[in-house]
Design a protein around this ligand. Structure first.
Ligand SMILES: O=C[C@H](O)[C@H](O)[C@H](O)COP(=O)(O)O
Length: 323
């Protein structure tokens, strides 16, 4: 597995996959050409971005940074799938976000034979589309309340594997699929790897709320200490973001002192009447995989272990760690 830094400029093979769910991550919305070798795919991004630049899109340094980030996402996703989605796993949850297309890509690379005996459960519109377009078998959590493994993205992950999720407003279904899974694994790039939540993800805790209750809830969230909490507004529509479940989202930033005890914060927010789900996932992950800029992958596990696998170690790991 080659490092993103030494990627070949060869965009000739593979299929095109959509690549982003969150608004504000527009540099990552180009179609991605995929192959089994992550290095090829990083190179494909470079070609894609270069052609976008020719049409007046972002500068070379911005596109280079975007390429490195995409390479990191792919490394995290591919490594997590290799470690946790094993041939005997038959019911698999597919999360949301910009790293998840690479998860589906790697699952497809495991082959038609193994995948024909599996069912894939989506966490929202984006992952449903990914499953269907990849030709995988779609199911729902009401048919399959017991999932073998769910792999999902995150907005930020702390040292205890607590996560902020919901930047794409999918956290209700994501939490249901995380709870339903025997193993829940998070994949992300290096920017999401923090000691304390709120360090890099500044928008705050996403809170899905019943629409009619939003104004009262905003007051109550302000009183809980998030004076800057706001109703999330849509970017290309007048009015608020409406989730896949027909609800609104409040984004509530808190001080570091609150983020240091995310479980108490979660409990206090969840107790507010009208809250449907809170985008704090506390100690739910078995492991979190972060792709790094240098082509290595950092793995944090729920037992406190942390390891960084370099290129050769990823390639030779070959081992399954999942249940
Ligand atoms: O609601 C969205 C999900 O929680 C995503 O997994 C999270 O926002 C990360 O998304 P991205 O990888 O696009 O930053």
């Amino acid at each position: 597995m080659s490092s993103p830094a030494i990627a070949r400029l060869d965009a000739s093979k593979g299929s095109s996959i959509p690549n982003n769910s969150n608004p504000g991550d527009a540099t990552a919305t180009a179609n991605v050409t995929t192959s089994t070798n992550p290095a090829d795919n990083v190179a494909a991004h470079a070609v894609n971005i270069a052609s976008q630049e020719a049409k007046g899109a972002p500068s070379a340094s911005a596109t280079q940074a975007a390429t490195v980030i995409e390479g990191a996402k792919q490394l995290a996703a591919y490594t997590a799938v290799d470690h946790h989605i094993l041939p005997h796993h038959k019911v698999i949850g597919i999360g949301s976000g910009s790293t998840v297309p690479y998860v589906v890509d790697r699952i497809v690379q495991q082959g038609k034979e193994v995948n024909s005996g599996r069912v894939f459960i989506p966490t929202g519109f984006q992952s449903k589309e990914l499953i269907v377009k990849a030709g995988l078998i779609l199911g729902d959590v009401d048919q399959y309340p017991n999932i073998d493994v769910t792999v999902d993205g995150a907005d930020e992950v702390d040292s205890d594997l607590n996560c902020i999720k919901g930047g794409g407003a999918c956290h209700l279904r994501e939490k249901v699929l995380a709870e339903a899974a025997e193993t829940w694994v998070v994949v992300a790039d290096y920017r999401k790897n923090s000691k304390v939540l709120g360090t890099t993800y500044k928008q705050g805790v996403p809170i899905e709320v019943a629409p009619f209750a939003y104004a009262k809830l905003l007051q109550n969230v302000h009183r809980l200490g998030s004076e800057k909490a706001v109703l999330r507004m849509a970017k290309a529509k007048a009015g608020p973001v409406v989730t896949d479940n027909g609800n609104f989202v409040i984004d509530a930033p808190f001080d570091e002192s609150k983020y240091k005890d995310p479980h108490s914060l979660l409990t206090n927010l969840k107790m507010l009447t009208g809250v449907v789900e809170v985008g704090l996932f506390c100690r739910m992950a078995k492991a979190a995989y972060f792709g790094n800029q240098d082509g290595s992958v950092t793995i944090k596990r729920d037992n406190g272990e942390e390891a960084t696998l370099r290129e050769e170690e990823i390639k030779n790991y070959g081992g399954a760690t999942s249940t």
